[in-house]
Structures are given as C-alpha cells and as structure tokens.
Write a protein that binds this ligand. Structure first.
Ligand SMILES: Nc1ncnc2c1ncn2[C@@H]1O[C@H](COP(=O)(O)OP(=O)(O)OP(=O)(O)O)[C@@H](O)[C@H]1O
Length: 320
C-alpha cells in the first residue's frame, strides 16, 4: 500500500558568512554543504496498519512525510502510495490521502471553520449529501459543531487540531499522514484525539503513519514503529520489539503517608526517596506496573501516585 525504496532527500545548505553583507554575499557565492535529511530509507506498510514514525528532533520524519505526500521530491529512491507515484501524480494522490501537520494549520486562518470546510468541499468536489454526513459524523466523533462558526485564529489549540483532523478526512481518504497531531495539547485533548484516531484505524480501516514525540501516543495507538535517527532507519517492528530492545524505563513518583521503607526489587533500576516522596525508575519488561504497585504499597501507605513515560529522545538514546 505504501512503499519506500532507498528513499533519500539531500538538502543544500548554503554556507553563510558573518554580518548582513556576508549573508547577502553568501546567497550569491554558491558555496553550500549537502545534508542527507533522509538517507536510504526503505519500508512497506500494509493496508490498515497504524505505524509510529519516530525519532529525535531533526531525524528526518517530516521530510519523509513530505516525500510520501508529494510536497517534496526525493533526491533519489522510489516511493509509491496506493500505487501512485507522489512525484508524478500529486493531485491524484491528494484525493486519496489526508495530511495533518500539528505545527501548522491547513485551514484558512481568518475564516470560520465551516467556510474552510466549504472551500475544501468544492476543491474535492464532494456532493451535498456526503458533506452533510461528514459534518454530522465528525460532530459525533470530534464535537466540531461547537466551533463551526468560529474563525480558525480564535480556536484553542485542541479545537484547532480537531478542525484540522476533520478537514483532512473530508474526502474520506484511506490513508492518513499525521505529523505531530498531539503536540502542545493537554491530557484531555490528547485523549480525545487518540480515541478518534483509534476509531479511524479500527472501525474505518484507515492506514495511518504518525510522527510524534509522545510515547503515550505510540503505546496507545501504534501496532508497529519505525525508528529513525539522522536520516537512517534504525528499527522497524512491533511495539513489543521496541520494548524488549530498549527496556522502556518508566518512572513512578509516590508520596507516602509516613516515611516509606523501600526494598530492593527485580526490575527497579533506581529508587530515590526524599522524606515521604519516592521516585522509582523501573523496567516494564521486567516488572509489570500492577506488580510494582502492589510491591511499593508494602513500603508504606501511598497517598498519591504519578506515572511518567520516557520521552522519545530517551528511547532513541537507549537503542544505541
Ligand atoms: N527545506 C530545508 N532545507 C534545508 N534543510 C532542511 C529543510 N527541511 C529540513 N531540513 C533539515 O533536514 C533535517 C531533517 O528535518 P525534519 O524536519 O525532517 O526532521 P524531523 O524529524 O521532522 O524533526 P522534528 O522532530 O524536530 O520535527 C534537519 O536537519 C533539518 O534542519
């Protein structure tokens, strides 16, 4: 369904000289360095898969998504999405894919959300009945009815993301490319978006590629992860494979009623207690969260428990 073969994108970065004059001159000097933002990446994604495409800042995730969707042309290599070459048939492909860039809205900033949807309706030549069905369906799934008449610039980030997601689905595409759709959202908004994406994948059988820095997104949504770093693919497999490969340390912060009495336990990498508060770093592949919770309850009576997942940067570091 989605195939990338030895995909590479090399950017020319012009060397800049010091000062304003230097910057101007460097534009004309033609001196540049080459940077492989994406370096010989290959993968095959089947219909209905939900793939997390992860890596640290600057790893090449957005550049890959842009090549898959035809926004950027590869320097070399080959890519097809639904059998379509994005480079040759970008418009044809646009009818079959939905894209969301979390950092930037695709909607018209000063127009009410509904006006943006109507422009898209005309662009994709969507019939009235299908459009009305879309409005109703996405009101049920994402509560878009609440802010249909609000200009995009006045929406909260969570509302804006919901509007962007709905807009990406207006033509009912079978494939979704999502570039950090949960960035900057609070926990409630993240849950709403995740529930929606799960519904899209499970009930509506959409194939999804998701880039994110949020490990919870990956854990809750993705059956497969592709990890890239410095433009190169370093891991491709199930979430379980990622977990066993790196251990995925999790952190539990517990506040006890009285001073706790910690014990050593297999799977706990570190337990630091200051007064009644303990920070416990543990390896989920060695001790499950329920077992850990039972064990740490023997240290004292917990009053408050918080769990923190490692961020993607930490995960990638552990892969090396
Ligand atoms: N138009 C461009 N011109 C030159 N270099 C670019 C361009 N776009 C991206 N790059 C560089 O390519 C590399 C990969 O960038 P990309 O945006 O794909 O990373 P990313 O994995 O999406 O990062 P982030 O998680 O920070 O969004 C970076 O070093 C970036 O500076």
């Amino acid at each position: 369904m989605i195939e990338a073969h030895q995909l590479r994108k090399c950017f020319k970065i012009y060397k800049s000289k010091k000062g304003t004059l230097g910057s101007m001159l460097s534009l004309f000097s033609g001196e540049y360095e080459e940077k492989n933002a994406v370096d010989s990446i290959s993968f095959k994604i089947n219909e209905g898969e939900f793939v997390g495409y992860i890596g640290p800042n600057g790893a090449g995730k957005s550049t890959t998504i842009k090549m898959l969707s035809g926004i950027l042309h590869p320097t070399s290599g080959k890519v097809t999405v639904l059998g379509i070459d994005p480079q040759k048939h970008r418009k044809k492909l646009a009818q079959r894919i939905g894209i969301v860039f979390g950092q930037r809205t695709q909607l018209w900033w000063d127009l009410p959300v509904k006006d943006s949807f109507e422009i898209l309706k005309h662009m994709y030549k969507i019939e009235d009945r299908a459009y009305q069905k879309f409005l109703k369906h996405y009101d049920d799934l994402l509560d878009i009815g609440q802010f249909l008449h609000t200009p995009v610039r006045k929406l909260s980030l969570g509302q804006r993301m919901r509007a962007d997601l709905a807009a990406a689905m207006i033509h009912n595409p079978p494939v979704l490319f999502l570039d950090e759709p949960t960035i900057g959202l609070d926990i409630v908004a993240k849950h709403k978006i995740r529930d929606f994406l799960q519904e899209m994948n499970k009930a509506e059988k959409k194939t999804v590629i998701l880039t994110t820095h949020d490990m919870d997104d990956i854990e809750q949504l993705c059956s497969r992860v592709i990890v890239i770093n410095q433009g190169r693919k370093i891991l491709d497999g199930t979430l379980e494979k990622l977990r066993t490969h790196i251990g995925l340390p999790s952190i539990l912060t517990v506040t006890y009623e009285y001073l706790p009495k910690p014990n050593e336990l297999e799977g706990i990498e570190r337990a630091e207690c200051t007064g009644r508060k303990c920070t416990i770093v543990y390896d989920r592949s060695k001790i499950s969260s329920p077992v850990l919770l039972r064990e740490i309850s023997k240290w004292g009576t917990p009053l408050d428990i918080q769990m923190t997942e490692p961020d993607i940067e930490e995960v990638i570091q552990n892969i090396y």
